[in-house]
Write a protein that binds this ligand. Structure first.
Ligand code: UD1
Ligand code: CA
Length: 420
């Protein structure tokens, strides 16, 4: 999107989260909420993003690094005041600015695009995202005239009993003409029950100038949920879980239990793969077609599974590249490894990938049969078509087509226990 920039408000304290940290760095599926907000704007095609930081700003800046520009809000005097801190990035610019609440993390990028498109197409100086809520308590209410035109927004704390009945709420997501917003910000005053500079006041100010304002009513109300406490954090996680799992099912993946399966947003899974309950699949994982995963499997970062791979119960894998048709059926840890095609890893086998200082790799060839309870002391390489005896601790490389047994020979002392 050309000539569109974004401001993300992320300076608030988030008292209700009861945390030592900024609420904006609380994670949802492993990713900080403020990072999600920035990525949503980015995916909508907005490159130039300014983040307003204040409370625990180092934490927020640590997460976002140099992917955005920063405006500092020293004192938290309200959302209008937050945007005022970013005006130096707007001055002299033309076009649109999208303002987002940093605590609304699962907004769809498509919704941002819809908001901007409507604002441009209808030549609106200010366009807001609104929703119709059964229980609008706590949100700003949208005041419209008889013709349906937006007159302003009134906060819960300032609303009359009659205004509190209004079901249309302000999502806290806006698209403004940059020049119009700059002028309107100069006019907002903290004359309300909270003594704050409300960003929402600019809507009425812009309307009073005779400029056009409008709204986009969001279709999916869950998108604009704000996260203020840990209950809402969990609620948003569950909504995201539902969204991700539903999308995978639509694309031909079987998920037996949508509620106990946690698959991170960027995971790719092929058609006809079955995911059994209590499975967690983390970021940066690709799984092929016709695989079977779980129950109780933990697939960690950097793993790549070819087609027809089976990962069974109580198996953890990390940075594991696994070839077609290979099975790791029970109670294993396979980390930092490459396993070929058609190999079977026996129950309880593990890679010993960490020596306390560094991680090392285990490489296992095609068509191997690894007996139960084998330890691979990495770095170690096993050739193709190798049979490893159960209970072996493999410290040395094994050439192709061999049998490797690395365990003490059994000793039977006959009658020994009778004499005790
Ligand atoms: C705001 C809106 C309300 C809307 C709701 C939607 C105002 C006055 N009200 O209320 O109409 O229904 O969002 O979620 O805007 N922040 C700062 N600096 C500040 C104050 C806030 O950066 O001085 C940031 C917060 O970190 C947060 C966002 O702005 O990310 C929203 O602030 P919050 O106090 O949660 O606003 P609400 O009361 O929820
Ligand atoms: Ca809020």
């Amino acid at each position: 999107m050309e000539n569109v920039m974004a401001i993300i408000m992320a300076a608030g304290k988030g008292t209700r989260m009861k945390s030592k940290n900024s609420k904006l760095v609380q994670k949802i599926y492993g990713k900080e909420m403020v990072k999600r907000s920035v990525e949503n704007a980015r995916k909508a095609g907005i490159e130039n993003i300014v983040t307003v930081v204040g409370y625990k700003k180092e934490q927020v800046m640590d997460v976002l690094g140099d992917t955005v520009e920063y405006a500092i809000q020293e004192e938290m005097l309200g959302t209008g005041h937050a945007v005022m801190q970013a005006t130096k990035f707007l001055e002299g610019k033309k076009g649109k600015v999208v303002v987002l609440n940093g605590d609304v993390p699962i907004l769809r990028p498509e919704t941002i695009v819809r908001l901007v498109d409507k604002s441009i197409d209808n030549k609106e100086a200010a366009t807001l995202l609104t929703a119709i809520y059964d229980d609008p308590f706590g949100y700003g209410r949208i005041i419209r005239d008889e013709g349906g035109n937006i007159e302003g927004i009134v906060e819960e704390k300032d609303a009359t009993e009659e205004q509190k009945e209004i079901a249309e709420i302000n999502a806290g997501i806006y698209c403004f003409d940059i020049e119009v917003l700059l002028e309107a910000l100069k006019e907002i005053k903290p004359n309300n029950s909270q003594g704050e500079y409300y960003l929402t006041d600019v809507i009425q100010i812009i309307g009073d100038k005779g400029l056009k304002t409008g709204a986009v009513i969001v279709e999916d109300n869950t998108e604009i949920l704000g996260v203020n406490d840990r209950m809402q954090l969990q609620m948003v996680t569950k909504i995201l879980q539902h969204r991700i799992n539903t999308e995978l099912m639509k694309n031909g993946v079987t998920i037996e239990d949508i509620n106990s399966t946690y698959i991170y947003d960027d995971v790719k899974i092929g058609m006809d793969t079955v995911i059994h309950p209590n499975t967690i699949i983390k970021s940066n994982v690709e799984i092929g077609e016709d695989c079977e995963i779980g129950p109780n499997a933990y697939i960690r970062e950097g793993s790549r599974l070819a087609n027809r791979v089976k990962i069974g119960s109580f198996v953890e894998i990390k940075k594991a590249i696994i070839g077609e048709g290979t099975k790791v059926p029970h109670l294993s840890y396979m980390g930092d490894c490459e396993i070929g095609a058609g190999t079977n890893i026996g129950c309880g086998s593990i890679t010993c990938n960490y020596d306390g200082f560094k991680k090392s790799k285990t490489i296992i060839g095609d068509d191997c049969f690894i007996g139960s309870n084998v330890n691979f002391i990495a770095p170690v390489t096993i050739g193709r078509n190798v049979l490893v005896g159960a209970g072996s601790t493999i410290t040395d490389d094994v050439p192709a087509d061999s049998l490797a047994i690395a365990r003490q020979k059994q000793l039977n002392k006959e009658g020994w226990n009778k004499s005790k």
